[in-house]
Design a protein around this ligand. Structure first.
Ligand code: HEC
Length: 180
């Protein structure tokens, strides 16, 4: 039934954000528990958007709550520590790079919009599914003056498949050398 197909990913995303906020992001089990809890909660069901586009927007916004600790709600990051997503040519460039960064994390020196960072972003590939990663990147690419095109779940799935043997975070030189 069309309605339940729309509702399920939204509820799952809602539950995952809750689980991540509660510190359960390293383990799939709390997310599953939260998913069953949320499935029974009328409050969660009432956040369900009817149109597919609106659903993507709301998933993206919810998943982005995980990113704001570091990149900040306004996407500006924190000077010297967390790079900006607003105006970032990495975030708004070819989709493979931001997808790969979110899936596997990134560490070591990197220059974003002329400023150097040398820090660690842990992988989110085990935490979020392809739809959620597509939605959060679509959100990032359309906020704060960014105007890059959307990212689809199929694009995330393709990068996930191509990089599935990876067990460590990227460094920037590795990412640039990788043939997507
Ligand atoms: C714990 C802090 C933290 C969280 C949470 C986090 N990031 Fe990052 N992110 C970083 C750091 C630090 C870097 C740069 C890593 C380096 O120095 O090599 C980075 C780099 C990036 C980059 C490439 C550089 C740029 O500024 O464009 C993108 C894109 C990105 N993050 C997206 C995300 C998204 C989307 C999320 C949420 C799903 C997220 N990050 C969550 C810390 C974080």
């Amino acid at each position: 039934m069309a309605v339940s197909r729309t509702i399920a990913p939204v509820i799952t995303s809602f539950a995952l954000v809750l689980a991540a906020a509660c510190g359960g992001s390293k383990d799939a089990a709390p997310a599953n528990n939260a998913a069953s809890a949320a499935a029974g909660a009328p409050a969660a069901a009432s956040t369900v958007a009817s149109a597919a586009g609106a659903a993507t927007d709301s998933i993206g916004k919810q998943v982005f709550m995980t990113c704001t600790t570091c990149h900040q709600a306004n996407g500006q990051g924190i000077a010297g520590t967390y790079p900006p997503l607003a105006g970032s040519k990495i975030a708004t460039g070819p989709v493979e790079l931001p997808i790969a960064i979110v899936l596997h994390g990134l560490n070591g020196p990197i220059t974003v919009e002329g400023k150097t960072f040398n820090n660690v972003m842990t992988p989110w590939g085990p935490v979020f599914n392809d739809t959620q990663i597509a939605a959060v990147l679509t959100y990032v690419r359309s906020q704060w003056g960014n105007s890059a095109g959307p990212v689809t779940a199929a694009q995330v799935a393709a990068v996930r498949e191509k990089t599935k043997s990876r067990t460590t975070m990227w460094t920037w030189p590795e990412l640039q050398a990788f043939k997507f």
